[in-house]
Design a protein around this ligand. Structure first.
Ligand code: HEC
Ligand code: HEC
Ligand code: HEC
Ligand code: HEC
Length: 177
């Protein structure tokens, strides 16, 4: 019988036509409106990205309102560190140039955790030439203090060598006289 010899071919052809039709419908329905306006991407994506609210900023706006901290920060070894790393994003604090939210301020034990995120020698990928690291509790033992000491009892968080340099100056002056 002739027809049965060709029925499988017809099924395949019909299958391909059906798939092509579904593909066409899929493409027209699923392709976003602005696709291809400028190139092989969605043109609206540019405007959407540009309209996302900025969450992070440089240190400059912080300096303008926090002159006291700015002055210490700019004259210490932490001058290259972003205020936001330790306090959180600008957008949680300021809207349209006014204070609208409270930023996090670490206290006590939390300060240790914060400092050791950058200064822990256990993190192998921290060459000493780039950032000085310490081992705990050896660092405190070498200073002959209890291991319950918090880092900023000796290091000002905004200029970590401020007090230590001053103390060494005083000790130096005493030795000379
Ligand atoms: C290395 C982390 C670190 C960086 C960088 C840093 N801070 Fe701080 N800051 C702290 C810690 C920790 C305290 C809390 C100290 C304490 O209470 O003893 C603090 C306290 C403050 C306070 C006082 C808040 C309060 O209620 O006591 C202000 C204001 C402040 N920082 C602003 C800034 C600004 C502005 C910058 C950038 C110029 C900055 N900080 C950079 C860690 C940091
Ligand atoms: C428009 C001014 C303004 C700007 C800009 C600003 N602050 Fe503040 N900030 C304030 C005021 C006002 C307070 C509350 C009084 C105070 O502690 O001096 C405050 C308080 C803080 C505190 C204490 C916790 C709190 O929220 O009350 C921290 C920490 C702080 N600011 C950090 C920052 C950092 C970091 C930046 C930059 C990302 C920044 N500020 C930018 C005005 C500002
Ligand atoms: C975001 C990472 C970061 C955090 C958090 C941080 N530091 Fe630093 N710190 C640095 C960098 C970077 C330097 C500059 C490079 C250097 O001198 O090692 C530095 C410098 C120092 C120095 C001077 C080292 C030297 O002899 O040059 C001390 C001390 C120090 N930090 C202590 C602290 C303490 C204490 C805290 C917590 C309050 C802290 N740091 C939090 C990154 C960080
Ligand atoms: C009892 C005071 C004291 C405390 C608490 C303290 N430090 Fe120090 N730290 C010092 C002194 C003093 C030096 C300078 C040592 C020197 O010049 O040999 C120093 C040096 C450093 C250095 C530079 C190391 C280097 O190789 O030059 C880093 C980083 C540091 N401290 C981080 C911390 C961190 C993080 C904490 C909290 C976990 C902390 N310190 C707690 C006194 C202290």
């Amino acid at each position: 019988m002739k027809s049965s010899n060709y029925s499988h071919v017809i099924r395949i052809v019909l299958g391909i036509v059906a798939l092509a039709f579904l593909g066409f419908i899929g493409k027209t329905v699923l392709t976003p409106k602005s696709f291809g306006t400028y190139g092989h991407y969605r043109a609206d994506a540019i405007e959407e990205e540009a309209n996302i609210e900025i969450r992070h900023w440089t240190n400059a706006p912080c300096f303008s309102c926090h002159a006291y901290e700015a002055n210490i920060h700019l004259n210490g070894r932490h001058k290259t560190i972003s205020c936001e790393f330790c306090h959180g994003p600008y957008a949680d604090h300021i809207t349209n140039g006014k204070k609208t939210g409270t930023l996090s301020v670490k206290r006590g034990e939390e300060i240790k955790t914060l400092c050791l995120r950058c200064h822990n020698r256990a993190i192998q990928a921290r060459p000493e030439a780039v950032i000085k690291t310490v081992t705990m509790p050896e660092h405190l033992e070498s200073q002959k203090v209890k291991v319950t000491h918090i880092c900023n009892q000796c290091h000002n968080q905004h200029a970590p060598l401020k007090y230590i340099n001053r103390a060494q100056e005083i000790v130096g002056m005493q030795e000379k006289s």
